[in-house]
Design a binder for this molecule. Structure first.
Ligand code: DGJ
Length: 722
């Protein structure tokens, strides 16, 4: 049987979305879903396929007479052989699906559309949403499944996005890790057997970040076609990259569903999380910058715009559970003196909480530590001109708590199975409205009565036996936690929230829309942080990256670094201090105050623009914040002692077109220049600086002074040549 030849070849048959740096082209294939024709670097306007895909493909031997090329939403069982975007059945029936109608509705012409797909035989509909954020060069994708048939539709998989990757794709990079060691980079070669990654921990996790970056042949840190995608979801997640018959790859991302978790009655729907997908011709940096812009565009700041990121003091490592009002007041005094702007009272403040064995759920101030409640401390802090922030872990319950004694059934559990504790705690069933109401009613009065401007919202364990009345409740747990955060935000819109899960266990683009800072890791060792920051920054912007100056030796590693190095490493994120400042010698206090003042002077620049990262070799790494026209702050870090006689210059490829730039050495006020070893050029960088061509900096590089291990030099690069 000969194939019908399609001859559409008119613009109306193609769906085109352009971003600043990327383009998506799909071909209409009614009644089926649109076919993926192109996803990659920006095409000129009007550059379209010459012909329908089918008319350009001779039918290979031993093929179906109507093959199904990669589409926006591939299905199983009626001629589809690629991994399907849906796995569903009705008591074993309707396991095979095919769409009988497709309607495309542009919600914002040229920018956002909904593709409504109907399978009248299986009794279901799928809506695929696509929106191009032009400035961020990022596509936001998502799918909704609606059950329109009889009985119950069991759903095992609903892809939030199906993204094509070109045949030249070679490597997949993502991050893994554990508590105290987050954002460890991984790199896997893509082979014909594909790549996959599943997170079953019930929250975003320390080890399975729900996103990745795919490079094509020849791509690297700063150049080459590179793709990225991340799932905006704070729970179980699946990513799969599958090789398909035409040499391309399909990348699917979606929520990981437990057996029997989603059973839709007629009229019910399952809404997938969203996926942020991007492509850049500027390598890993380009993808990171697009992700930063996309996360920024989704941010919901109190008052509508991001206020300067205030310097924090967090009490955890300085005090742990040992709260004494007089000591905390003295700490607040010392913090205000060095320029701290927000004092965050961490774990240990509530009823009976003297260690990590009890009390989660009992959210009222401990009468022994705070006989007059939190008011005396809060007012002391705000009287010093600082914001007050409070630590909470709303989703948790200790078996040793008044709450558990009253409501043991409120913990997620499965009858007949052990209630497995972690850090002595269980997880509250946030799918239950009465549980969410209890948390609002218990924590809320503190926010009503006191000027609390900030919540650090923790989640210190993975989910196990996440059951509700015998059924899996991972999905409702995430939706419930998000709903609770939204309820807090609605009632106290001025309060910022920090997402923490034993450090970086819940960092994702879903929780980012309802929170304002991530606690990157419980490890504050500056050398460790230098390892984590690149992985974090690949997916998330710097202004949300909680980074603190800790004590030396660091509690998590036992290693010590100088105060200057600790400060220079913390400087590029959202700065904080986390140790008992009262014990810091006066000379160091002055030094820390100088670094804090430096941060305040430069934070708009650090937090508003683009970030580039690179390695110069021989232990030198660099990070630049700003704009590609040359207005940059450049941090050059030496991590290990030099092995070469002369340090390799730092090449800055993004400056190739920037023209002449003035390079100046920056340092916090009052900190004296180190000896330059007799090389006068470095002296000239002090004060007015030196004019250097951007092309030279890109091709040959910026000379670097002799530096000891674990040190940093900072430069400003600017257009101001006068
Ligand atoms: C884990 C967090 O990451 C720490 O910063 C601290 O808040 C503790 N929890 C408190 O229990």
């Amino acid at each position: 049987m000969s194939k019908p030849v399609l001859e559409p070849d008119t613009a109306a048959d193609f769906i085109v979305l352009h971003g600043r740096d990327c383009t998506a082209v799909l071909e209409r294939a009614d009644p089926g879903p649109p076919l993926w024709r192109y996803w990659g670097p920006r095409l000129p306007d009007g550059a379209l396929p010459e012909a329908a895909l089918e008319s350009t493909r001779p039918l290979p031997s031993f093929s179906l007479d109507a093959e199904q090329p990669l589409s926006l939403f591939p299905l199983f069982g009626v001629g589809g052989f690629t991994a399907p975007a849906l796995a569903a059945h009705r008591a074993g029936h309707d396991f095979a699906q095919a769409f009988t109608a497709c309607e495309i509705v542009w919600t914002v012409p040229g920018q956002a559309l909904v593709c409504r797909l109907t399978d009248a035989v299986a009794g279901l509909e799928v809506e695929v949403r696509m929106e191009m954020h032009a400035d961020a060069s990022t596509l936001t994708l998502g799918a909704t499944l609606i059950h329109t048939g009889e009985g119950v539709l069991d759903v095992g998989w609903l892809a939030a996005a199906v993204i094509p990757l070109p045949p030249q794709s070679t490597e997949v990079r993502t991050v893994t890790g554990r508590h105290n060691a987050e954002f460890v980079p991984t790199c896997d070669l893509l082979g014909r057997n594909g790549w996959s990654r599943e997170n079953r921990r019930g929250l975003t996790s320390h080890d399975r970040f729900p996103g990745a970056v795919v490079t094509t042949a020849g791509a690297g840190p700063h150049t080459g076609t590179t793709y990225g995608a991340q799932l905006a979801w704070s729970g179980n997640a699946v990513q799969r990259i599958e090789w398909i018959d035409d040499g391309r790859w399909q990348w699917q991302l979606g929520e990981g569903l437990a057996p029997g978790e989603i059973r839709l009655a007629r009229g019910e729907r399952l809404v997938s999380p969203e996926v942020l997908a991007t492509c850049s011709a500027h390598g890993l940096d380009g993808v990171a910058q697009n992700f930063h812009a996309a996360v920024r565009a989704r941010s919901d700041w109190p008052g509508g715009t991001m206020a300067p990121r205030k310097v924090h003091l967090n009490t955890w490592e300085g005090f742990y559970f040992r709260h004494r009002l007089d000591e905390l007041k003295a700490l607040a005094d010392a913090a205000a003196e060095v320029g701290v702007e927000r004092f965050v009272l961490d774990d240990g403040w509530f009823h009976g909480r003297d260690d990590d064995t009890s009390s989660l759920g009992d959210w009222w101030p401990d009468a022994a530590k705070y006989p007059d409640g939190l008011a005396p401390l809060v007012h002391h802090v705000t009287g010093l001109g600082m914001d007050f922030g409070l630590w909470v872990e709303p989703e948790m319950i200790n078996p040793d708590s008044d709450l558990y004694r009253a409501h043991p059934d409120w913990a997620l559990h499965l009858d007949g199975r052990p209630r497995i504790t972690a850090r002595n705690q269980l997880v509250l069933d946030l799918g239950r409205e009465e549980v969410r109401a209890y948390l609002l009613d218990r924590i809320g009065p503190l926010l009503d009565a006191l000027p609390i401007a900030y919540l650090k919202w923790d989640h210190n364990r993975d989910l196990t036996t996440a059951g509700h009345q015998g059924r899996a409740a991972y999905h409702t747990q995430v939706r419930g936690a998000w709903a609770l955060m939204d309820a807090f935000r609605n009632r106290w819109p001025g309060v910022e929230i920090e997402a923490c899960a034993g450090g970086g266990g819940r960092i994702d683009a879903g929780i980012a829309t309802r929170t304002h800072r991530f606690w990157t890791s419980d490890c504050i060792d500056a050398v460790s942080r230098m390892g984590m920051q690149p992985g974090y920054l690949q997916f998330m912007p710097p202004e949300r990256m909680g980074s603190h100056v800790g004590t030396a030796p660091a509690h998590s590693t036992g290693r010590s670094q100088s105060l200057d190095f600790r400060a220079a490493v913390a400087m590029t994120g959202h700065l904080g201090v986390e140790f008992d400042l009262r014990r810091l010698p006066q000379a160091d206090r002055t030094r820390l105050a100088a670094w804090i003042a430096f941060y305040k002077r430069h934070r708009d620049h650090l937090h508003g623009g683009r970030v580039w990262r690179g390695e110069a070799g021989d232990g030198l790494v660099w990070q630049a914040h700003g704009a590609a026209d040359g207005a940059l702050l450049l941090f050059v870090y030496r991590l290990t002692p030099a092995t070469q006689k002369y340090a390799p210059p730092v090449r800055l490829p993004m400056l190739a077109e920037a023209g002449p730039l003035r390079v100046r050495r920056l340092r916090p006020e009052g900190l004296s220049p180190e000896r330059t070893g007799g090389a006068p050029w470095f002296d000239r960088l002090e004060g007015d600086g030196v004019a250097v061509s951007g092309a030279w900096l890109a091709a040959s590089g910026l000379p670097v002074p002799a530096m000891t291990a674990e040190s940093c030099v900072i430069y400003s690069l600017s257009k101001d040549l006068t």
